[in-house]
Design a protein around this ligand. Structure first.
Ligand code: ADP
Ligand code: MG
Length: 598
């Protein structure tokens, strides 16, 4: 088994490791790239050598834990096993965890679209805003994910834009359940995990953390998607805390419907028991209505992806088949003409090409039938309400009709896809009995060239293999995307059809651990403090850090006013807000001293 350090010494901050330095972690992962550093550890992109083709890229989180006691390791691993059993399209898949020397490693799904925080910054810098429909769509996805985890009694404790990822423009919540695995489940653990901007009043006041505290954070995220700014802001840590605990609830700008603002306000109610659960929000008539729209859009997407995928696959195959037809015409031509020995040799090659094309045709038909069947299943599940004549035909008739005409006509029946179809992707026919109009140049010289071209592309087996590989990669990629969209449709349907949602019937995966039964994991808390200190020193420089640290410590003890603090800080740093981390560090140190069990 690997020495983790051995593997990472090959990898510089942003550079890719060279293939020669492939060191296997846990006998299967190869580090590819450093993705970033989080509050607990470093995040890497890895390639899983044991994964299926097209699913190799995963994320490895390396959390340095110092010397974990054996029972802490066992507990964390049990928790991890439970997490790995969960599966939802809006939750970043948790695959595995293991301890590697002094590091606790977590393997999760990789989301190539970066996090929501990056996306928000990108939009803010470009002066753009998200469309209302995009916000609603994302918000519903988040609600579905949170509802799935809350039904299983799993809390997030650190919901923030930085923990939400984009994958094929779908949102996925990362780190769900990870905080307890790392920090324990007492209130102090939450304070240590959570990011102040998203923390609920009850969590800040140590009055207990439950599902409603996650709802508060989700409200903050909804606000952020609409306004591209935090719901509660301040230039120092304590002023944010004060705003959350005592300040007014922010409103959405007028461009948003008042009903959405009402949802936000209910989520940001200072009293957790008055906040709705995720299941209740999904049942609010305004959201329910939006849910219908999202379901329709996703159902269309699933169908379109299937058909488009099928269309792309067949387009390639059809291309090859057409070439073959072209050659066939040439062959007939050569038969009526006098054949030279060279041409006879070409004829032999043509026969070989014939065989190949026959196989391709068969494959195309099989693939097409398979996709058609899947599409029909989906359609009958989701489009029964559509009164379109062709749907009244028997399946047999429908498929016959579809095969005899163009495969993509299936798209027309659900009136999508026309715009997406590009000219060169116009599908040809799978049935080859019809004549094909391929002009053969009159000039024998040009005809010869044309003949050669055709031979070249037919005899390049390596190219074909490459092409086949390309096909299978595209398929597996879109398959994954499809399965997320399809799974999302399934959950949307569940919510729409299930009137008992939120009535308390839950499938329990994780055992209910009484609040506070696990004390804060001191090792983790200390690691976190150490990291915060390092990060602040890096930002301010050691000397300034010491000055700010001792000044703030004194000022907090003496209850100095915010204005006074700011004025003093700005004598040593350019902006008082640069000291935010030091302020937070002092707060955490205080909390740990006052509340941690002795
Ligand atoms: P934090 O402590 O802020 O939650 P993390 O440790 O979760 O940070 O992540 C650190 C960095 O790695 C972030 O920049 C994040 O965008 C990236 N990252 C984390 N998980 C994933 C993932 N599953 N896919 C892609 N990038 C990720
Ligand atoms: Mg994270």
């Amino acid at each position: 088994m690997l020495k983790f350090q051995e593997a990472i010494k090959h990898i510089s901050d942003s550079a890719r490791i060279s293939t020669s330095s492939e060191t296997l972690i846990a006998r299967r992962y190869v580090l590819q790239q450093k993705l970033g550093r989080g509050s607990f550890g470093t995040v890497y992109l890895v390639s899983d050598k044991k994964a299926k083709q097209g699913e190799e890229l995963k994320v490895l989180k390396e959390i340095s834990v110092g010397d974990l006691k054996p029972n802490e390791t066992v507990e964390a691993n049990l928790e991890a096993q439970l997490l790995s059993k969960l599966d939802h399209p809006a939750i970043v898949k948790f695959y595995a965890s293991f301890v590697e020397q002094e590091s606790f490693c977590i393997i999760t799904e990789y989301c190539e679209g970066r996090d929501l925080d990056c996306k928000i910054q990108e939009y803010k810098e470009a002066g753009k805003i998200f469309t209302e429909s995009q916000i609603i769509e994302w918000f519903i996805q988040l609600l579905l994910g949170v509802n799935y985890m809350h039904e299983r009694r799993i809390l997030h404790r650190d919901l923030k834009a930085k923990n939400i990822f984009l994958k094929n423009n779908l949102l996925k919540i990362g780190d769900f359940g990870v905080s307890r695995l790392l920090m324990g489940s007492c209130d102090l653990a939450t304070t240590f995990t959570g990011t102040p901007y998203y923390m609920s009043p009850e969590a800040l006041k140590h009055q207990g953390y439950d599902t409603k505290s996650d709802i508060w954070s989700l409200g903050c995220i909804l606000y952020e998607m609409c306004c591209l700014d935090h719901a509660f802001t301040g230039h120092n840590f304590l002023s944010i805390v004060l705003k959350i605990v005592e300040g007014n609830t922010p409103c959405l700008p007028d461009r948003y419907p008042s009903k959405l603002n009402a949802v936000l306000h209910s989520m940001l109610n200072k009293n957790p028991s008055l906040r709705p659960s995720a299941a209740e929000i999904l049942k609010i008539p305004y959201i329910d209505e939006q849910l219908q729209n999202v379901k329709c859009k996703f159902t269309n997407m699933a169908l379109k992806d299937k058909t488009f995928n099928c269309q792309k696959e067949t387009a390639r195959i059809i291309n090859a088949v057409q070439k073959k037809i072209h050659l066939q015409t040439l062959r007939e031509l050569s038969e009526v003409q006098k054949m030279t020995p060279r041409e006879r040799m070409r004829l032999r090659k043509l026969n070989a090409a014939d065989e190949k094309a026959k196989k391709l045709k068969q494959l195309a038909e099989e693939k097409y039938q398979e996709n058609l069947k899947r599409m029909q299943e989906l359609r009958s599940r989701n489009f029964q309400q559509l009164s379109i004549d062709v749907l009244h035909e028997s399946d047999e008739q429908t498929s016959k009709h579809l095969i005899q005409s163009q495969p993509v006509t299936a798209l027309d029946y659900i009136s999508i896809g026309h715009k997406e179809r590009s000219e060169n992707e116009t599908p040809g026919r799978l049935c080859m009995s019809e004549p094909v109009e391929h002009e053969i140049p009159e000039d024998p010289q040009i005809a010869e060239e044309c003949y050669n071209d055709a031979f070249d592309s037919c005899s390049e087996t390596s190219e074909e293999e490459e092409e086949n590989m390309e096909v299978s990669q595209t398929v597996s990629k879109t398959d994954q995307q499809d399965s997320d969209v399809e799974a999302m449709v399934k959950y949307l349907e569940n919510v729409l059809n299930n009137s008992s949602l939120g009535s308390g019937t839950v499938t329990r995966v994780a055992p209910v651990v009484p609040q506070g039964s696990r004390a804060i994991n001191n090792t983790m808390a200390e690691t976190k403090l150490k990291r915060m200190r390092e990060s602040a020193i890096q930002k301010l420089g050691a000397e300034v850090f010491e000055k700010v640290y001792s000044y703030l410590k004194k000022a907090r003890q003496q209850n100095a006013s915010e204005d006074e603090i700011r004025e003093c800080l700005e004598k040593v740093v350019s902006r008082a807000s640069d000291c935010f981390e030091v302020d937070q560090l002092l707060y955490f140190e205080d909390q740990l001293l006052a509340l941690a069990p002795v």
